[in-house]
Design a protein around this ligand. Sequence first.
Ligand code: NA7
Length: 535
Amino acid sequence: ATPPHIPDRLDVLVVGAGFSGLYSLHRLREMGRKVHVIEAAGDVGGVWYWNRYPGARCDIESVDYCYSFSDELVQEWNWTERYPAQPEILRYINHVAEKFDLRRDITFDTMVTALTFDDESGTWTAETDRGDRVTANHVIMASGQLSVAKLPEIPGLGEFAGDWYHTGNWPHEGVDFGGRRVGVIGTGSSGMQSIPQIARQAAHLTVFQRTPHFAVPARNRPLDPAYVADLKTRFEEYREFARNHPGGTHRVFGKESALDVDPGTLRATFEKHWNHGGPDIQAAFRDLTVDREANEKAADFVRSKIREIVQDPRVAELLSPRGYPFGTKRLVLEIDYFTTFNRDNVELVDTLSTPIERVTPAGVRTSDREYELDALVFATGFDAMTGALLKIDIRGVGGVTLREKWAAGPRTYLGLSTAGFPNLFFIAGPGSPSVLSNVLVSIEQHVEWVTDYLEYMRKNGLVRSEAIPEKEDAWVEHVNEVANATLYPIANSWYLGANVPGKPRVFMPYVGGVGRYRQICDEVAANGYEGFRTT
Ligand code: NA7
C-alpha cells in the first residue's frame, strides 16, 4: 500500500534531496510538473546532512559553492568564511528548502530500493524500503557522488569493544573524544580535516596512513562583508564566468611550463600559491596536470614544505606523498594537518610497511603490534560516483539491470543518460564534469538541461527518450580520451574506483572542463537533442 505522503502516480520522480534534488524539484514545480522527491535521510542536505565529522568543510570557496538561479537568494544570503564549514552549508540548504517551500514534496527516511521500467507503458515504477510503489514517467537520479560510505575490508570490527564511526555517516549529536585513545584510519580529505580536531580533544590519537595524500593550506578566513556585498552587485557576471570556465570557478591558469622557468621563479610561484592557499596551485603552470616531469616540480615543492613543518624527519618523510602525481588524488586543503604531527599525543602509523591485520576487541593490530583504542574513526571514503546508483536495483528495457550494463564501468551519454534506460537521467553523473568541477555550477547546468529537455519533450508530444548506443559509445570514448591525455589515471583514486576492491578501474568524471561540456550539451539541445531516440 502506498502511504498517502507519496503520490502513487507522478510525472517526475527525483531520488535524493541534496543540492541536485532540491533544485530539480524547484524547477520542475515551476514548470508545472507533478514531481516528488524521495530521500533516505531524515532531512535535506545530501552529503552535507551525513558528513558532520569535526572539521568537515568544503574545498570550493563559499561564494562559488552556492546556487545562482535565484537572485533573491543570492542577495539575502551572506557567506561568512572563505571555505564554508558543514554547519554553514547545511544552514544554507535548509534556508533554500524553506524559502522555496520544498519539504512539502519530499518524503524523508525512505530509500528507493528498485526502479523498474515497463516497456509497454513506458513508465518507471519505484519501490521503497517502506513498501511504497510509485509510478513515474521520468526519473531523475540526484543521489550523489559521494553518498555511499565505504568501510574497509578489515576483519574483526564486530569484536571491537570501543565505539567506531565513519566520517560519512557521523552521529548528529556529535562525538566527545575527550580523554579517549582514538584511532583514525584514512588520510584523504575527511581524515586530514578531522585529525587536527580530534587530536585537540583526544588523550591520544593514532593515525593509520596507507597512502599519504598531497595537501596544501586552505588559508581559510572570515570573509570581509564588504567583499561579499560587492560580489552581490555583480554576481551574475561573476557566475557566468565560472559557467564557462574549465573548473566552474575563477582559477587563473599559468601560461608557462614548470620546466621552462628558472628555479627561483619556480619556487616563488609555488610559494605565492602556498601562501594564498586553496587548490589553484594545481594551475600554477600549464603542464602540471599533463606532464609528469613538470608535475614532479610541484610534488617536490609540497614535500619540501612538509619537511619544514613537521619536526620529526622520519614522520615528515612518511607524510610525504611519492609514486603518484601531485593533484591526481583529490588535492586536500589542510588546516593544521601537518602541524598536528608535532603534538605529543599524536602518532603516525605507516600501514604500507606494517599493514593492518585486524580489529581486535582492544583496538587495531598491525603486522608488528597492537594499538589499544577506545574509539575508531573510519575516514575511508565512499563508493564514489556509481555507488548510490548501483545500490538500487535499476532495470531498464528487457529487464537488463544497470549493474549488468555497467559491470565493466559506467557508460553514459553526456553523463546524463544511459542507453537501454529510457526517461532516466543522472545529475552530475559519471561521464560529466561533476566531481572535477565546482559541483554547484555543474548541478545547475545539469538540472537546467534535463528539465529543459523534459519541457521540450512535452511541447513536442514526446513521451519516451533514450540515448542512442553509438552516441553513448562515442561519448565514453571521448571521456577516456581526454582523461588519458592527463596524469589523472595514474593514481589509485576514487575517481577511478580504485578505493573499492573489485570495482572496475575506469576514470569516471569528464576532465574536458565545465565550459566545453556546457557547449557540447547546448549544441546537442540546439540540434533537437541529437543522440536521443524519441517517440
Ligand atoms: P578518500 O579521499 O577516498 O580517502 C580515503 C582514505 O582512506 C584514503 O587515505 C585511503 O587510503 C584510506 N583507506 C581506504 N580504505 C583503506 C583500508 N582498507 N586500509 C587503510 N586505509 C584505507 O575519502 P574522503 O572521505 O577523505 O574524501 C572523499 C572526497 O570527499 C574528497 O576527495 C572530497 O572531494 C570530498 P588510500 O589513499 O586508498 O591508500
